[in-house]
Design a binder for this molecule. Structure first.
Ligand SMILES: *Cc1c(COP(=O)(O)O)cnc(C)c1O
Length: 411
């Protein structure tokens, strides 16, 4: 075909408006902030915007898991396509069966799969605000409608169950919770999780519990898996090795179903999930091969070392934020790697909102933090404390200096 003719040809592709509108990602926002830095600044950039501490010596994963993966590769037992997904079991008051567990390419693919399976025209799903933007973006690519319920900072970021009830209708399929919470840094107590389960049961909706930060709880509230309440409501638990083992690049995650009343079977959800898994990519076979060893034999002292570091740095951040008048942290972080901090713009001169704050902070101080609007909460910030201690210390000094420079003068 001649080139001139090609130019006249009409192509089938048109941009998907839904995708454009909903494609907010943490990565995209961070890229913009990084691009706004001042190249003349001799100081190194301190990234408190993401939650991947794997490059820091204090957060290095244990050599044990590297050996488990190397052993799996060297065995040559995992070179074929996966014939069947490998299975894992967890610490619940009842036994999971192999049929309850599906391995995925990180928690990200678990989100993708669950949203796809729940999706049908006219249906809606309830997402937390503030939340993890991957959910809204993924829902934007499906035929589900996203509705947002509130998390309440004044109540330790518990779910506003009244807003859940007000949003739900007969087309609501599920609600999402993230525990320990990204972005809030809180850990839900047993009683609150039970109330969430009872509310969801009353509304006839499934609970999707994102536990990618499962067991990363270092405050007074112990981590309670939502699967505990699988007798009240059907629960889909999403998880991965990424955060607890600090190997986000290894891309191994899972979906676990906890449903003692067989609702997933009866409603056809289980069948849909299985058929969907027939057409999705499986995680690398050697990761599947190494998984049992990693889950069962990683030494407790690795986890306790990491938790101690996180507790110290979370406390440190919480105390230092108190010295910066334009920031308040309503709830001391007790889990995950991040926390939400409220921005008081009335104390600042020439800073219009959270995005402006983050852009100027990147430019003037080479410190990267995430604007709350990216998570659905305007004029808040999400700060990650999972970095080397000296960097956190340095970053907080720079944020304080930024405040002093932009503080509203009193007349
Ligand atoms: C990091 C994160 C994920 C994605 O996990 P991967 O295993 O890296 O795909 C999902 N949900 C939340 C809340 C996260 O913070």
């Amino acid at each position: 075909m001649m080139m001139e003719q090609l130019g006249d040809k009409k192509w089938g592709f048109q941009r998907n408006q839904e995708l454009e509108a909903s494609s907010i990602s943490v990565r995209g926002v961070l890229k913009q902030l990084m691009a706004n830095r001042n190249e003349e600044d001799q100081r190194s950039t301190i990234p408190l915007g993401g939650a991947d501490p794997s490059m820091y010596p204090s957060y290095r994963t244990t050599p044990f898991v590297a050996d488990a993966v190397a052993d799996a590769v060297r065995s040559f037992n995992f070179n074929s396509y996966a014939s069947n997904v490998e299975h894992l079991s967890k610490d619940l008051p009842y036994q999971l069966s192999a049929d309850d567990v599906y391995l995925t390419v990180g928690c990200t693919q678990a989100i993708e799969i669950v949203v796809s399976v729940l999706s049908r025209p006219g249906a809606n799903i309830l997402l937390p605000r503030p939340g993890y933007p991957q959910y809204a973006s993924r829902v934007g690519c499906s035929s589900l409608e996203a509705r947002h319920f509130d998390l309440m900072p004044e109540n330790g970021w518990e779910v506003d169950l009244d807003s859940v009830e007000a949003l739900a209708d007969e087309n609501t399929v599920a609600m999402v919770i993230i525990n320990p919470s990204n972005p809030c840094g809180n850990v839900f107590i047993y009683q609150h999780l039970k109330k969430i389960a009872e509310t969801a049961r009353k509304l006839g909706i499934f609970v999707i519990s994102d536990e990618v930060y499962g067991h990363l709880a270092f405050g007074s509230n112990p981590f309670v898996p939502m699967g505990m309440f699988g007798s009240i409501v059907p629960v889909l638990t999403l998880g991965s090795l990424s955060k607890r083992w600090i190997v986000p690049g290894w891309r191994l995650g899972w979906i676990v179903t906890s449903d003692l009343n067989g609702i997933f079977q009866e409603s056809g959800f289980a069948e849909s999930l299985r058929s969907h898994l027939e057409i999705t990519a499986d995680p690398p076979t050697f990761m599947q091969g190494a998984l049992t060893q990693i889950l069962e034999q990683t030494k407790e002292d690795f986890f306790s070392k990491i938790l101690n570091i996180m507790r110290e740095d979370a406390d440190f951040l919480y105390e230092r934020i108190k010295e910066i008048p334009c920031l308040t942290c309503p709830h001391k972080p007790e889990g995950s790697m991040v926390v939400m901090v409220k921005l008081n713009l009335s104390l600042l001169e020439g800073v219009t909102d959270d995005v402006d704050f983050c852009m100027k902070l990147a430019k003037e101080e080479s410190v990267i933090v995430l604007p709350g609007i990216a998570l659905g909460l305007k004029n808040w910030l999400r700060i990650s404390f999972a970095v080397e201690h000296s960097l956190l210390d340095d970053a907080l000094g720079r944020i304080k200096a930024f405040y002093n420079k932009h503080a509203k003068k009193e007349y």
